[in-house]
Write a protein of this length. Structure first.
Lengths: 99, 508
């Protein structure tokens, strides 16, 4: 992909983000932060590539360990972020209808 | 000087990524799942389904990467064996172990954390995203061939080396800078929220000039990096960014934390987006844009709720100076003190009670007993509602989560603009742990530092019950609250939790 098509995806995604986030109810702003934190750990993709890269080149050994470290950090975020969001969302309940 | 990097054999998997449209498609689907995850948060009823979409999206992204980037050995075993699949099982095991380790830490933390500690948990998680971004950017710099962002150059003299594409250099430098700022900034925010560091702003002399200088230096270094991929430039950018993240957050005080936490949320998104540009990965770019705009919008909402500009919050120092001589003299004014029994009687006779929680409720962990009080009042036939100011607490939506934890139904909880008109028809406004957000001076006193900030009109209620530990302290803004001395205000001086417990006893 060339730079301009990547930029187009980015710019359009910013607009999508703008409208989607404004529609989030203020009561759920804390879960919003927790879940955005979890999904921003998609950076694990880069960490996995670094960790799986074939060794041999200068610096690739260090790069591999940096990648593995980043995999651990991002996994903490992914699992922790989604789990804590799930825990919070399960607490929100409506008033029980009384007859 | 350019560091010579000997040519590395291109892993076959790297070429497969560029060629296979299904891989790009999988990342696109992951990105769409993330959009749906945020979309689900528009209402509590759809939110859990949204969260599942988020998990599915992440699973797609991770599995796709694992499958397309299987670690390979360069030599077959035994040597010359054409049937060896060349898979490096040790490396594959290490990767899975790393995921497992992170998963275990993450899940245990998420299960154990108290809901009142959510702001510091979120800050800690942001710091991890920042550090991961730094690590990935460094790895990409050290081994650009693996990321498919470099061309092998064979110069006339010396070793052949991998020249990183100019666009990738900018993206990589931005990624490492934003990641480092996110990391060190979040660490400071965590220490402040967790109480390891005082909430008071720490003001260094000449900090604006220092920050501007550092920022300028980073911009110049990034420009230099596009011309010369020297390691020292890259590492200096990284180091300076760590320093500036630290310097940016240190002068910001405790109650401005909602803005800081949202801002760091935004940064972690931009860091992910920058790395997405480097890797040409749709899922990362879409996510980065979503998270980046989400944090930016939350920061904007928080600033608007305090009637402050983003710049003034970032500049920091709010609440550090004294509010002048007025505050000290004001404490001599007459005020009324009430007891738990008085409060219980007043509320049980009321038709409608509006509870206004603030950070003090979180500190005292009073949300559960508060809900008990609400239940008892409802049994007496009182209408009970909760009014939440957008900046109550230490992060956006902090109060809502605590009330939800205490089993308060979310349709009894109202935002500022939805409930403000109701205070005039309210018998008792019950303020617990909030201060500045109820100060009528914000509407009338032009000299007040909080003038113009939207506040809850609690003084319009027939009676205001105000729980406060003592008359001495002032709110975060360092201003005295006009509300304490009004005829219709009754001060309940005690720890928030103890006072509510006594009210519950008196009601029961």
């Amino acid at each position: 992909m060339d730079f301009v098509s990547i930029l187009s995806i980015f710019v359009l995604a910013c607009f999508v983000g703008y409208y989607v986030v404004w529609s989030v109810t203020p009561a759920l702003h804390t879960p919003l932060m927790a879940v955005t934190n979890a999904i921003s750990s998609v950076i694990i993709v880069g960490a996995l590539i670094a960790a799986a890269a074939s060794s041999g080149a200068t610096g690739s050994g260090v790069a591999k360990w940096l990648g593995l470290g980043a995999v651990v950090l991002a996994s903490i975020n992914i699992f922790g972020g989604f789990a804590v969001t799930q825990r919070m969302l399960a607490m929100y309940r409506k008033k029980e209808k009384r007859s | 000087m350019i560091a010579p990097v000997p040519p590395a054999p291109l892993a076959p998997a790297v070429e497969a990524v560029a060629a296979n449209p299904w891989v790009s498609l999988a990342y696109l689907v992951a990105g769409v799942c993330f959009i749906l995850a945020l979309r689900g948060l528009s209402s509590p009823t759809t939110s859990q389904r949204g969260n599942r979409f988020g998990m599915i999206g992440m699973a797609i992204a991770v599995v796709t990467t694992l499958v397309t980037h299987v670690p390979m050995r360069s030599e077959a075993w035994p040597p010359g064996n054409p049937h060896d699949p060349l898979i490096d099982w040790t490396a594959a095991f290490e990767i899975l172990a790393a995921i497992g380790l992170g998963a275990a830490i993450g899940i245990v933390t998420a299960r154990r954390i108290a809901m009142t500690a959510m702001p510091q948990l979120v800050a800690a998680f942001h710091s991890l995203v920042g550090l991961a971004a730094v690590a990935v950017a460094c790895a990409a710099f050290l081994n650009p061939v693996a990321f498919d962002i470099a061309d092998m150059v064979v110069p006339m003299i010396g070793q052949p080396f991998a020249s990183i594409h100019v666009v990738s250099r900018v993206e990589m430098a931005l990624g490492v800078a934003i990641g480092a700022i996110t990391f060190s900034g979040s660490v400071i925010a965590f220490l402040k929220l967790n109480g390891n560091m005082g909430g008071k702003p720490i003001l260094l002399p000449g900090r604006h000039a220092l920050n501007a200088g550092l920022l300028g230096a980073i911009v110049i270094l990034v420009a230099m990096f596009t011309r010369d991929q020297a390691p020292w430039i890259f590492w200096t950018i990284t180091l300076l960014s760590f320093v500036i993240g630290f310097l940016l957050i240190v002068p910001i005080g405790g109650a401005d934390m909602p803005v800081v936490v949202s801002m760091l949320n935004s940064y972690s998104g931009w860091a992910a987006a920058a790395m997405g540009f480097t890797l040409h990965n749709t899922a990362m770019i879409v996510t980065g844009a979503l998270v980046g705009s989400s944090g930016a919008i939350l920061s904007y909402i928080m600033c608007r709720a305090m009637n402050r500009s983003f710049v003034s919050v970032i500049a920091g120092g709010f609440g550090a100076s004294d509010a002048g001589g007025g505050a000290a003299a004001a404490t001599d004014r007459p005020w009324k003190r009430g007891s738990a029994e008085d409060a219980a009687f007043l509320m049980s006779q009321a038709e409608q009670v509006v509870i206004v929680p603030g950070y003090g409720m979180a500190v005292a962990q009073a949300q559960h007993v508060l809900r008990e009080m609400g239940d008892l009042l409802k049994k007496e036939g009182v209408r009970v509602k909760y009014a939440i100011h957008p900046v109550a607490g230490r992060m956006p939506g902090h109060m809502n989560v605590l009330l939800a934890e205490a089993n308060v139904p979310y349709d009894e909880v109202f935002e500022l603009e939805d409930i403000n008109a109701e205070f005039a028809q309210t018998d008792v406004a019950f303020v617990i742990g909030a201060n500045d957000v109820t100060n009528p001076a914000a509407k009338t006193d032009k000299s007040s530092p909080i003038y113009g900030m939207p506040v809850l009109d609690v003084e319009k209620a027939k009676t205001v019950l105000f729980i406060k530990r003592s008359m001495g302290g002032v709110g975060y803004a360092g201003v005295d609250n006009e509300l304490f001395y009004r005829d219709n205000t009754m001060m309940l001086l005690a720890d928030a939790k103890k006072m509510v417990e006594e009210i519950v006893k008196a009601l029961g």
